[in-house]
Design a protein around this ligand. Structure first.
Ligand code: M6R
Length: 592
């Protein structure tokens, strides 16, 4: 999704803005731009494509202005083009705006402005903000912004600068993320913390309905009525090193290799935080797990554990479906929103809707201080560290570690089961040591156009996750399916060209899964299996066998997902694709 960066201070803004935009690249974008106040003029540069195109176009233009804003755009309204790229300006070019999110009533606002004679230069919803602020401006940028936000509907964050007040940036948060970085004689605004980490670890996370007014000397926060708001400054525990690639070719590969630490840190973090939730899951009629994408797959695994180990009926729902489903929710329900970023708008809206209906809400997030964290009744944290690759890997295994931990709260065998969980990090290490074998398999199958992923019971969500990983970074069509359902349709797809990845650890459904493999083989499908080391039966019926160390049934997902992440990674990497920033995707999805 779009990324915002802003700087005001004593140094030239340009390099800081470009560096910040590079660190926001992971969010996904199709064009980028900057606006800097140069003397009493606004200079604007925009490019379609990567940040390096923008950098190239700025060579030989040594802008020295000390206040500016920058943007990476993920197109929603209007195709990716220079005219639609941000920043957008008012008619006189005196105000520049960068924006993330959607102004839902922009068509009405645009028509009103057109009737007043405003000529629009872009197809975006953003441009209305610049014109509205210019129209409301009477010598004070903050007042003009306050007057403007009253008219806007939707979920958004934006930043604005003006030639009339060089040195000032005003940022607004309503639904989309925005943080303020506090420096010495300089201050920052950004969509996400990594953008400003090289300069400061002192951060204020804005809440919805807040406005930040930045100058080099200080930052003031207001609500939408203009009342001052007192905010705590948070010291970010990460440093820039943990947000960089550390010798790996891609962030995704680095993050795959960080999973032993992510799982270990998450379990240790939960163990040391005393009573993680101040109530029992059993106090509720049911638990509803709400999430999107990979976090949804983590929820599907959590459901098995919650029902069997904690004895509480559990539903898992896609956030985007739940919000409009009309599903009855009440104070008898516990709703857990699972989200790496804590900013996914579908998840946030769905959890908030459940809260309004009386449900108790819990955020299971990786980003402390994120919207979901702040807006839920309680929070449970994964301790995976920043995840930069668009494809979620280490946050998935950290999420399932946290869900397993919650499921064990009142289980009579908690101690034994927890000690099994503590062995997981070293077993993941063992799987990672086999990455080269998996790379060879990737090379062999990278030209295939379709893949089927099958699994039963706890391995079904892993099949879904394996297929999602492959399609999102390699653009190869892949479908995850319950192995037992295959005969009800997808079996028609199987022929000698179809690789079928089967997740088959020795669990309660092992024999059934072997039968499903036979169904594939009979139709000449190519079986790539994931199973326990030493499983000769499975090996014999597989063209390729990706092995993981044996582990108790409940913990198999922690290990079986790893070869699938590695397989997807090497296929995409060998195809020469942009693994960390796949096309059309954003790390944090802040539009509905
Ligand atoms: O930040 P969240 O966990 O809420 O994100 C949810 C999905 O957008 C995310 O898992 C997405 O599906 C990833 N690209 C999967 O790799």
């Amino acid at each position: 999704m779009c990324g915002i960066i802003g700087y005001t201070g004593g140094d030239p803004a340009l390099p800081l803005l470009l560096g910040g935009l590079e660190r926001l690249e992971y969010r996904g974008y199709d064009s980028a731009g900057i606006a800097i106040i140069e003397g009493r003029k606004l200079v604007i540069e925009k490019k379609v494509g990567k940040i390096r195109e923008l950098v190239r176009s700025l060579w030989g233009k040594p802008f020295s202005g000390k206040t500016g804003i920058g943007h990476t755009r993920w197109a929603t309204h209007g195709a990716p083009s220079i005219k639609n790229a941000h920043p957008h300006t008012d008619s006189k070019g005196e105000f520049a705006v960068v924006h993330n999110g959607i102004i839902e009533n922009f068509l009405d606002l645009r028509e009103d402005l057109k009737r007043e004679g405003v000529k629009f230069k872009s197809e975006t919803d953003t441009e209305v903000i610049a014109h509205l602020i210019a129209r409301s401006y009477r010598g004070d940028l903050l007042s003009a912004v306050l007057e403007t936000v009253e008219k806007l509907k939707g979920a958004f964050a934006f930043a604005v600068i003006t030639v009339h007040e060089p040195g000032r940036i005003v940022g607004v948060k309503q639904g989309s993320p925005l943080v303020v970085g506090i420096g010495e004689g300089e201050n920052f605004l950004a969509s996400d913390i990594p953008a400003i980490l090289p300069y400061t670890r002192r951060v204020i996370t804005l809440s919805d309905g807040e406005i930040a007014d930045l100058t080099p000397e200080g930052v003031n926060i207001y609500d939408f009525l203009g009342n001052p708001v007192t905010k705590d400054i948070m010291i970010v525990p990460w440093d820039i090193v943990s947000a960089e690639r550390g010798g790996f070719k891609h962030f995704m590969l680095k993050e795959i290799h960080e999973q032993p630490k992510a799982v270990g840190d998450t379990v240790r973090g939960l163990l040391s935080s005393g009573e993680v939730l101040p109530f029992s899951l059993k106090e509720f009629r049911r638990v509803i797990l709400i999430a999107c994408g990979t976090s949804y797959h983590a929820g599907l695994i959590g459901k098995f554990w919650f029902e069997r180990l904690a004895g509480v009926p559990t539903e898992v729902v896609y956030a985007s479906e739940f919000r409009y489903s009309g599903s009855p929710v009440s104070e008898e329900d516990l709703v857990i929103g699972i989200s790496q970023s804590g900013e996914t708008i579908d998840t946030k809206f769905a959890v908030n809707m459940a809260k309004e209906k009386g449900a108790k809400t819990v955020a299971l997030v990786n980003v402390v201080g994120s919207s979901l964290d702040r807006e839920s009744d309680h929070s449970v944290y994964t301790h995976a560290g920043p995840e930069i690759g668009v494809a979620a890997t280490k946050t998935f295994t950290a999420q399932i570690a946290a869900l397993y931990f919650l499921a064990l709260r009142e289980n009579p065998d908690r101690e034994t089961l927890l000690s099994d969980l503590m062995r997981v990090p070293s077993l993941i290490e063992e799987v990672l040591e086999k990455a080269e074998d998996i790379e060879r398999v990737a090379e062999k199958f990278m030209k295939k156009k379709n893949f089927l992923y099958l699994g039963r019971y706890l391995s079904y969500p892993i099949a879904l996750e394996g297929a999602l990983k492959l399609k999102e970074i390699s653009y190869i069509h892949a479908e995850g399916y319950p192995a037992g359902e295959m005969k009800h349709g997808p079996i028609a797809l199987i022929d000698e060209n179809m690789p079928v990845v089967v997740v088959a650890p020795q669990d309660r459904v092992y024999e059934k899964t072997l039968s499903n493999i036979e169904e594939v083989r009979t139709r000449k499908g190519i079986v790539i299996s994931v199973g326990f080391e030493g499983d000769e039966r499975l090996k014999k019926v597989s063209s390729e066998f990706l092995e993981v160390p044996p582990i108790v049934e409940d913990l198999t997902p922690f290990l079986t997902v790893i070869p699938l992440q590695i397989l997807a990674y090497y296929i995409a990497s060998r195809l020469g694709l942009d693994v960390d920033q796949p096309r059309n995707l954003a790390k944090t999805v802040t539009v509905e």
